[in-house]
Design a protein around this ligand. Structure first.
Ligand SMILES: [Cu+2]
Length: 155
């Protein structure tokens, strides 16, 4: 009596588990297919930097121009992606408290400061700008060397 109850429970558990695994597998396939479709569509675009939904890329390097381009104009809601192409750490910061020169930082009123933290060579930092205005930012280790940039966000 007791053992048949246990057996029944195990059977029920297996029945429940089976469709869950199948759904997960389907989800994984969908993600892979979706990612492949996105990659294929990006490859076909003539200027991915300004295509909807793709970030504008600013390359960071160890010598001037440290941020390339150092001045970028985007629309509100667009994303900028900083990519560290150098051999040393870099960062992106609008934290006035961390700047050596207050002129190297500016934020439109209502915008919150952001800071990437230290980015190792090869790593990236994305920030989506929602508040229009002019943003001046700097690299924490290299502000003194002139590693500063500007993002202008239009409405
Ligand atoms: Cu730097």
């Amino acid at each position: 009596m007791a053992s048949s109850t246990i057996g029944f429970r195990i059977e029920r558990a297996e029945e429940k588990a089976a469709p869950r695994i199948a759904k997960r597998t389907l989800l994984r396939i969908a993600i892979v297919v979706g990612a492949a479709a996105v990659a294929a569509s990006l490859a076909l675009l003539p200027n991915p930097a300004h295509a909807a939904g793709t970030p504008v890329v600013v390359k960071m390097s160890d010598k001037a121009p440290y941020y390339a381009p150092d001045k970028v104009t985007i629309k509100a809601g667009e994303t900028v992606e900083w990519v560290n192409n150098g051999d040393t750490i870099h960062s992106v910061s609008t934290e006035a408290a961390n700047a050596q020169n207050p002129k190297d930082v500016s934020l439109p009123s209502g915008a919150k400061a952001f800071d990437s933290g230290f980015l190792a060579p090869g790593s990236k930092y994305d920030y989506t700008f929602t508040v229009p205005g002019t943003y001046r930012y700097f690299c924490l280790p290299h502000e003194g060397a002139g590693m500063v940039g500007t993002i202008i966000v239009k409405k």
